[in-house]
Design a binder for this molecule. Structure first.
Ligand SMILES: [Zn+2]
Length: 223
């Protein structure tokens, strides 16, 4: 009974913008059920964020059924946020979204994110209030802070330290880019990072195995 709610490829279009959405879901698990590729609903999203994690359901090279407008589905990357109209996404959740937006922007060569340009809203494309009362302006500003701090670091140090790491006793691979870490959800994501790193820097991304420590301690140990 599984369905796969996305379309392979981008119908010849290029990605031109990120669309932040309010999911009307109270948890990332509820977003998994509603927007994941095996949901019975004919909707999907590339990513979902909570205060703690990022899930990916559709490859950026494929089209998610997310904005209710086919040409714009083909040209956008969608990010659903945990939150409802009554309890909009928290600033921790928006911060996670901002980190993801900045990471996407870097890969597409966008120096800044601008509403109306490379950030667009769902309600521009379909009869919806989405993203409702979510503070997307704060999120865009925060993403731009991540973008400008990473370009500063690049000037000073070549490039941010990046690695893939595995914590003993815990499943899954994590990706550290600069000071932010992301849990990877599929081998495809890991392969995409390895390929992108190789193309950018002409060498393999470091793979590191850690004894069990909390991510927070690990990050603070680095800085
Ligand atoms: Zn939406």
């Amino acid at each position: 009974m599984q369905t796969r709610n996305y379309t392979r490829g981008r119908s010849g279009q290029s990605v031109v913008a990120i669309v932040p959405h309010i999911s009307c879901c109270k948890s990332i698990g509820a977003i998994d059920n509603t927007f994941g590729p095996y949901s019975s609903r004919k909707v999907s999203t590339h990513y979902a964020v909570s205060a703690r994690t990022i899930h990916q359901y559709v490859s950026e090279s494929d089209t998610a059924w997310s904005v209710g407008n086919w040409p714009w589905n083909c040209k956008t990357i969608s990010i659903e946020h945990v939150g409802t109209v009554d309890n909009p996404p928290t600033y921790e959740c928006l911060d996670m979204g901002a980190q993801l937006m900045a990471e996407i922007a870097r890969r597409y060569g966008w120096d800044r994110l601008e509403l109306g340009d490379n950030v667009r809203l769902h309600r521009e494309f379909a009869a919806t209030s989405c993203p409702a009362n979510m503070d997307y302006e704060w999120e865009i500003e925060r993403a731009n802070e991540y973008l400008s701090s990473s370009s500063e670091k690049k000037k000073n140090r070549g490039h941010d330290m990046e690695m893939l790491f595995y914590v003993k006793g815990e499943g899954g691979t994590r990706y550290l880019c600069g000071t932010n870490q992301h849990v990877l959800n599929s081998p495809e994501e890991q392969a995409a990072i390895e390929t992108a790193y190789r193309k950018c820097y002409g060498e393999e991304i470091p793979h590191v195995v850690l004894d069990k420590v909390t991510g927070r301690n690990f990050i603070s140990a680095l800085s």
